[in-house]
Design a protein around this ligand. Sequence first.
Ligand code: ATP
Length: 759
Amino acid sequence: MSVRVVARIRPLLEKELDKDVIVHADRVDDGKPLTLVKIPSPKNGAEEFSFAFNSVYEQATSQEALFTAEVAPHMKALFQGLDVTIFAYGVTGTGKTHTMRGGLRLAERGVIPRLLSNVFRRGKKMMKDTDGATTVAVALSYYEIYNDKVYDLLEPPEKRTPAGLPLREKDGKTMVVGLSERCCEDLKDFEKLYIEANNNRVTASTKLNAHSSRSHAILRVKVTQTTGDMVKESTASAIDLAGSEDNRRTDNGKERLVESAAINKSLFVLSQCIDAISRGDKRIPYRESKMTRILSLGQNNGITIMILNLAPIRSYHLDTLSSLNVSSRAKRIEVREIENEIVYKQAPRTNSGLGGAHMQRQPLRPLNNAHNVHTGALAAKAADKAEKAEKPDKPVKLFAVYTDKKPAAVVAARTIPAPAAANTSLPRQPLQSKSPSETSDTLPRPSKLARPTAQSLLRPPQPITTTQISITPSQIEAMVEKKVAEILASRAAAEAEAAAAAAPQPTTTTTITEPTPTATTTTAGTTTQPEISDEVQRRLEALERRIDSESRSDDSRSEGLRFLLQARQAKERGDEEGALRFYERALPFFPGQAKLLGKIERLRVKLGIQRKAERKGRGKKNRATSGDEEYQEGTEADIDEDEREDDHVVAGRSPARGKGASKKRAPKGGKVFEEEEFDGPASPRARQLLEIVNSRDLVLIKGLHGFGAKKAQDLVDCLTLRGDGASWRVESLAQLRMLPGMGGRTVERACEGLVVAPV
Ligand SMILES: Nc1ncnc2c1ncn2[C@@H]1O[C@H](COP(=O)(O)OP(=O)(O)OP(=O)(O)O)[C@@H](O)[C@H]1O
C-alpha cells in the first residue's frame, strides 16, 4: 500500500484577506470527494495547476472531522500489531502544529491528544472484553530534532548534552539511544506529560508565525498488549515537522538563519528521498539527515499518513507550489503493511537498558527473524502447515544464543511473566553480568525470543526441553562470521535492506538454526533447535559491543562534520574568527587531518594569531612546519566540510586545495570537471549541481562556488518565472548556462566547487 497523502487548507488568520485566497479544494467529478488542490500559475494567473491527493480538507474542516476520517480508521490496525506513522508537512505557519497538537479546548484538540484518547479507550475496552486476560500498557517517548541533533523532550533542557542523543539502527528501525520512556495510565497522565514536554520544545517567533516550531517533534506511543506470556507491541508515531521557510519572508536573524538552514536542509533531504523513492532509485539518501533517518519513509512497515498543511493565500504562493510538488510525489511511495511480531516474555536481562522506546536489547537474532516479517496471510499459512504436520504445540525456536543447562523445571520457570513495561530510561549496563559465573547459580539465564507459529499462539507455551550440544571451533567461527556479515550488511546500504525486506522472507534460516548432525537431537518426539555454547554467546556479545562502538563513532564523525559545516557557514558570513573556532572544534573528530590543519593554520595566520609552536620558540619550529607540509601534501583521508558517508557527490563549495589535493582532483589544465559535464551526459557532479539549482533552496544555492546572496536570489526568481512555477526543472548544464546571469564561467565555477566524494 502507498503512503496516504492528504492535504489540509487552513482557514484565514486575522489580517489575512478573502481576496488573497488562491488555494482551493476541488473534486474530479461532481459527487466525488474532494481530492484536488487547485492553485494558479504564478506567471499567468489565468492558468491553474491541479494536484491530486488521497483526500483534501477545506478551510472549514474541524479537528474532529480530520481525525475521524484519517486517523481513527487505523487505530484497529495499531492494536493488531501494525505501526502507524502520521506526520504533518508544510511551510511554516500553515497549521502543522495546530493539526498535530491543536488547542486546549476540546473541539480544538489535534491528532495527538485524540489519538491518545482513542488508544486509552480501546485499551480499556480490550481489558474489559477479555476479563483482564489481556492487559494494555501505554508508554510515551517524545523527542525533537533541532539543528540536526536529537533531544529528549521528556527530560529537562538542563540535561541536554551539546551533541544530543545518538541514533542507531536496530532490527531495521532507527532508534534513539538513551531516550526516556514514560508509562501513561490515562489521558490525564498524558496531558500532564505532554504539556510539560512541549514547554521544552524549541519554538521562536518568525515574521510568518509567532510561535514557529524550530524543530521536528516526534511523539512515539508504544502500545503493549500482554496476554499470558505473549506480548504484542506496536507504535503510533506522530511527527510535527518544522516548517520549511523562505528566509526572504521571515526576517530571520543570524541564529534563526542557522536553524532555518538545518530545517530547510532536512526538509530538502526529505524531498530528495521522496523523489528518489518515487523514481525507483536504488540509493535513497536517508542518512543525510537525522529526520529522514528517523522517518525512514518507505522503509518502515505499517501505515503512513502524510498530512500536507497549506495556507490559502497568495503570500505563500511559491512555497505552496513547492510543497504541493513534493507531497504529491510522496503518494507513489509504497509501504508494507506488516504486523509486528508477537514475542514471548522473558526474564529481564541484566544488561538491558540502552533506553528509548525500542531499546530493550535482545540477543542477536538472524535478520530475517528480526524484522516484522510475517503478514497475517503468512501467519495463517504457517498455522495451517503446523496443523497439517501435527507438530507439537510449543513455539518453534528459530535461534537461540544461550545454552540451557538447567533442568526442564527451571526452564519452565522462565515463562513466569516479566514486569509488563520495563523502564528503559536507565543507562546502559555493561554486558559483563551475562557471564555464566555471575548468573548461573541464582538466576536462570533468560529464555530466547522464540518465533511462534500462529497455531502455537493459541495455546499455553510449553517448557522447552533442551540438550547440551557440542559445536566445533570452526562452526563457531562460521556462525560468528555469518552474523558479522549479516549485521554489517544490514547497516551498509539502505537499498540492500529494502530489497531484502521486500523479498519473500523464509520462515526458518541461517546456519545457526539449520539442524546439523551434531546440533540437533530429538527428545520424546520434540525436535529441539541447536543451542549455542557460552563461547558463541561471548563472541556475539563482543560483536554487539563492536557494532555499538562503531555506531557511536559514526555519530561522533557526523558531529565533527557539523562543526565543519558551521565553520563554512561562518566563513561565508565573513566571520573568520568564528570559522576558526569551529574548525578547531572539528579537529578532535578528525585528528591529524592535513587539510583541516591547513585551514586552521591559514586562518590563524590571516587573523594574526601566533601559532603555539612559534610562541614556544625555535626548538619546536620543526613540528609546526611539518603541519604545513602535511597540508601541502594533502592526504587520502582529507575531510571536506560537506562530506557525506553515502553520497557519491557532495554539494557545497570545495575547500581551498593544497597542491596535493588539487593534483588529485583537477585534470591537467586546472579544470576539475570534464567537458562532458556541460554538453554530454550529466556527470555526478553536474547532476548534483542541477539538483541544487532545481531545489530552489536559497541556502544551498548560496553555498555554491561563486554564488552570493544576490546571484542565488536572481536564479531562484528566474527559475520560478521561467517555468510557470516550481515544477520546471533545469535539465542540463548547457541549459543552466543559458539562464540570465549565469554564463559559462559561473556554471563552470559552481561545478568546480562541488566535491566528488570518493567512491
Ligand atoms: N485549521 C485551523 N484552524 C484554525 N486555526 C489554524 C488552523 N491551522 C492553523 N491555524 C492557526 O494558524 C497559525 C499557524 O499555525 P501553526 O503554528 O500550527 O503552523 P505551523 O505550520 O506549525 O508553523 P511552524 O512550522 O512555524 O511551527 C496558528 O495561529 C494556528 O492557530
